[in-house]
Design a binder for this molecule. Structure first.
Ligand code: TRP
Ligand code: ZN
Length: 881
């Protein structure tokens, strides 16, 4: 496949399906390489479709065994079956049934789309278009059907059989050697939400009664022997179900809810109705094999998939252009859940970090696209940070703009009006326009326009008039296919900080909406605040009220006063980030400015020392975020052109080491006192203490390698949990030498039987910022812990390497060549994972000319490879385009 040969699918070409499928009866006999699928479809013409249309069912690598219409075998002339399509040339213009027999080979399915086997477990992945790899179907989200599924298998190989909905029958056949189960899902759903699981699995179970009185049996299924690692996921599930009842008034709607963990999975997890299937990385947890970060991700992803039951399943998408309708909204919901369960400011900071490093960089490069794309060649390439994370930011802005109450009323209206439908962004926004009485026409631009807006802000104090005028302007740089940008609606939350904290906000400006909110919907505007006896420092975008870059004319000293005096935690954190970022951008752009880093470190230390002493103990999770500098990728993007990754890395290290040197004794004290020696508990407060302690350890290792290595070794030896042991390993990777290699070896031995832990071990090594890393990574590909067949292994080792700013971008281009070759090799077995990996090239255009040319050459090499998948061809073409 070459990208140029692939049709472009356009939003404006949408038309309703010519046919509808009311019911689907599946009868599936699981077999490791010859699984028989019989699908009985009840079809009828769609009144909204074309009256004379043929019936074309989608397929993908399918082979048809038999076809019956209303029970009668069809003769060859009546239809055409290819691997990609089953066409009925003259279908009846009435209700009729089709019985379609296909046979598939789950063991040969390395793409992990459709029906496949993952370490002896049968499972499915149908979003976005995997159902057509199981049977011919109208595989589009606006065709919704009621499913009944009969599964049959040898009892030995698949003692557990699961599908969507409720279990209605089960029994043994062939003298007990085989068995079956029948599942019925009363809620009409698109094919992408179909799922089945078969295999030998252990589980944990819990009873749950919904707020509206329904008894639900919850279960989490895992590999045999791992049930003692399923407790946390179950705990998260119960908490998020209660939360959705309380916060959104949403109850669960089936008698069972099953979660299954599998070890080979292309993404994080999947919200199949009543049968969520997860990458085991996001289910399994115990203190020895999961970090605090893993516990938090499991909580977020269990909630995310569960929340999809309303935002995704009961209300689904009309077409794949509306993907953000379910994804952005559901990410927003899972972020809110985690905020309520943990620290809201710390969660916001963590989310903004991710947004900046993943989404802002996507929006700044050749793969930039709107939250709702207008056209695609391969939909799987649009499950992106823009659709997910920026999509969530758009919902968050909507809430800020219309207020909490109108937002909740809008959500209620959406649930009431669109339940059971395949909806659009327009229908979603109409609910909020109605609930708030506001015109959201301009707001809708957020869905159409790509690129990160910049707000340029400056303030003037007039002592005579006792007033402060804030000038705000917005611009958005051109992105591929969108040279001219229109102003968007930007909610700018603010405070004015005086000597004694927040000053009153008094203004008659129409742009001021009250409650500390300015709505910037023009290219520029000014707001004058009155009755101010002193010159205030503006605290803008509190809580990061809009996903933008902010250019602020505040001196470092003023920012550092904000750090000490602002009542908004996010902006306190942001103040330190901004000061550090300015210095890093300066030194990253021009190595002569490296000397200035010491001065910046001095300024920062002056506020950080009292902070660490007086405030950090009360909120260590926040303090850990304050100590963590902006990511190197963020500095690269701020520089924006002729980027030299080595200069950025040197600046980053230099500033960290200078800060570490100045905070030295305080860091040692933190490392000492935060060691509670209490048994591990995963709660947010305990995790916060470990986060700060380990942040301190990292800085110590950078500043004084010997002291750092000693502490790291002791921490590794004493650690009763993976969080502390992995942090010790990470600190140690900063210190080249014998003891590092020794600890790397010891780590591998301790966790030899734990693939998910070894993923972290692979990644820690792939991230070492030294010239030897490429050879090390090549060597690790031969390690028994690695396999090109497993997506988690690839993301850990190869994905880790591609995220290593200096080594992926080696000046000799070998990093690009290495990743490009793996992309090409992997494309033959798993195009989705290959194309994600190729996405690592997304920032190549901002590099300095030497690296830029080398990266482009490797991208071109990929693009010219014969027989590429549509997935990889599309990314290569757009990255080069
Ligand atoms: N809808 C899933 C989610 O956001 C993600 C998803 C989409 C997915 N396509 C997939 C997961 C393919 C695995 C494989 O929760
Ligand atoms: Zn999702």
């Amino acid at each position: 496949m070459r990208a140029e040969d692939t049709p472009l699918i356009r939003l404006e070409d949408y038309r309703p399906s010519d046919w509808l499928i009311d019911t689907v009866d599946l009868d599936i006999r699981l077999h490791h390489n010859r699984t028989r699928v019989r699908s009985l479809l009840s079809l009828r013409p769609n009144p909204a479709g074309r009256p004379d249309a043929p019936l074309v069912l989608d397929g993908d690598e399918l082979s048809l065994s038999a076809l019956r219409l209303d029970g009668l075998l069809l003769n060859d002339g009546a239809y055409t079956a290819t691997p990609q399509a089953l066409t009925l040339h003259a279908p009846p213009r009435r209700r009729f049934t089709l019985m379609i027999d296909t046979e598939v080979d789950p063991s040969a399915n390395t793409k992990l789309m459709g029906l496949y086997r993952s370490s002896r477990v049968y499972c499915t992945q149908c979003e976005a278009d995997g159902f057509r790899r199981i049977s011919y179907f109208l595989d589009r989200p606006d065709v919704m059907s009621v499913y009944t599924v009969r599964l049959e298998a040898a009892k030995m190989s698949a003692p557990v059989l699961l599908s969507n909905g409720n279990l209605v029958a089960a029994g043994e056949i062939a003298g007990g050697e085989r068995h079956f189960s029948v599942w019925h899902d009363p809620h009409p759903k698109p094919a992408y939400l179909f799922a089945l699981v078969g295999g030998a699995l252990d589980h944990v179970r819990q009873d749950y009664v919904t707020a509206d009185g329904r008894s639900v049996e919850l279960a989490v299924y895992v590999e045999p022997g791992k049930a003692d690692r399923a407790g946390w996921a179950m705990d998260c599930l119960v908490r998020c179900m209660r939360w959705d009842e309380r916060v959104f008034g949403r109850n669960y709607d089936l008698d069972v809810f099953n979660v299954v963990a599998v070890s080979d999975f292309n993404m994080g997890a999947m919200e199949n109705k009543g049968l969520n299937i997860f990458n085991d990385k996001y289910v399994l947890a115990d203190p020895q094999t999961a970090t605090d970060g893993d516990y938090a991700s499991i909580e977020a992803i269990i909630a995310h998939e569960y929340f999809h039951n309303w935002t995704g399943n009961r209300i689904t998408c009309r077409d794949w252009f509306q993907l953000c309708l379910k994804e952005g909204l559901t990410v927003f919901r899972d972020q809110e859940f985690s905020s309520d369960e943990r620290s809201r400011p710390v969660k916001r900071i963590a989310d903004v970090r991710t947004l900046r490093t993943t989404q802002f960089s996507e929006d700044a490069g050749p793969l930039a696209h709107p939250v709702r794309p207008r056209a695609y060649k391969e939909i799987n390439n649009f499950y992106t940070p823009t659709v997910y994370e920026k999509g969530a930011e758009v919902i968050r802005m909507l809430k800020v703009l219309i207020g909490i109450e109108a937002f909740r009323a809008g959500m209620d209206l959406y649930f009431a009006r669109c339940d059971g439908k395949a909806a659009t962004i327009e229908e979603f926004l109409a609910c909020f326009a109605e609930a708030s009485g506001k015109d959201l026409t301009q707001f809708a631009r957020w869905y159409e326009q790509a690129g990160t807006p910049t707000i340029i802000a400056s303030g003037r104090y007039d002592a005579g008039a006792r007033s402060f005028t804030l000038d705000l302007a917005q611009t958005t740089a051109p992105t591929p296919g969108q040279p001219d940008k229109q102003p968007v609606v930007l909610p700018v939350t603010l405070g004015l900080i005086g000597r004694a904290g927040d000053l009153p906000l008094r203004t008659t400006s129409a742009a001021y909406a009250g409650d500390g909110l300015i709505v910037l919907d023009q290219p520029s505007l000014s707001v004058t605040f009155s009755d101010l006896d002193e010159q205030p420092i503006p605290s803008l975008l509190r809580g990061f009220s809009a996903p933008v870059r902010l250019e602020l004319d505040l001196a470092d000293a003023d920012l550092l006063r904000l750090f000490s005096a602002d009542s908004d935690s996010f902006n306190r954190w942001q103040a330190v980030q901004t000061v550090a970022s300015r210095a890093l951008v300066g030194a990253g752009r021009n190595t002569a400015k490296r000397d200035a880093l010491a001065a910046t470190a001095g300024e920062l230390a002056e506020v950080l020392i009292p902070f660490l002493r007086d405030q950090a103990p009360a909120d260590p999770a926040f303090a850990a975020q304050v100590l963590r500098l902006p990511a190197q990728a963020d500095i690269a993007r701020e520089i924006g052109q002729a980027v030299d990754p080595d200069a950025i890395h040197a600046a980053h290290r230099g500033l960290s080491a200078e800060i570490g040197r100045r905070l030295g004794p305080h860091l040692l004290a933190l490392h000492e006192t935060l060691d509670t020696k209490a048994p591990y508990r995963p709660d947010a407060a305990s995790a916060g203490r470990r986060a700060l302690r380990n942040e301190a350890l990292g800085l110590i290792a950078l500043t004084s390698p010997e002291a750092g290595a000693r502490l790291a070794e002791a921490q590794f030896a004493a650690g009763d949990n993976l969080t502390d042991r992995l942090a010790a390993l990470a600190a140690m990777t900063l210190v080249p030498g014998e003891s590092r290699e020794e600890l790397i070896g010891r780590f591998a031995k301790s966790y030899a039987a734990e693939p998910l832990v070894l993923d972290k071990w692979l990644m820690a090594q792939a991230l070492i910022p030294e010239a030897g890393t490429l050879d090390r990574v090549r060597g690790l590909m031969q390690h028994p812990a690695f396999s090109l067949g497993n997506p988690n292994r690839i993301r850990a080792l190869i994905g880790g390497f591609a995220a290593n700013l200096t080594q992926f971008n080696r000046p000799d281009g070998e990093g690009y060549g290495f990743v490009a070759e793996i992309v090409i090799a992997l494309d033959r077995t798993n195009p989705q994972v290959a194309s994600r990996l190729l996405g690592s090239f997304k920032s190549w255009r901002m590099l300095e000319p030497g690296r830029k040319a080398l990266a482009e050459a490797k991208l071109a090499m990929v693009a010219q490879t014969p027989n590429l998948s549509r997935d990889v061809a599309d990314i290569a073409e757009r990255a080069l385009g």
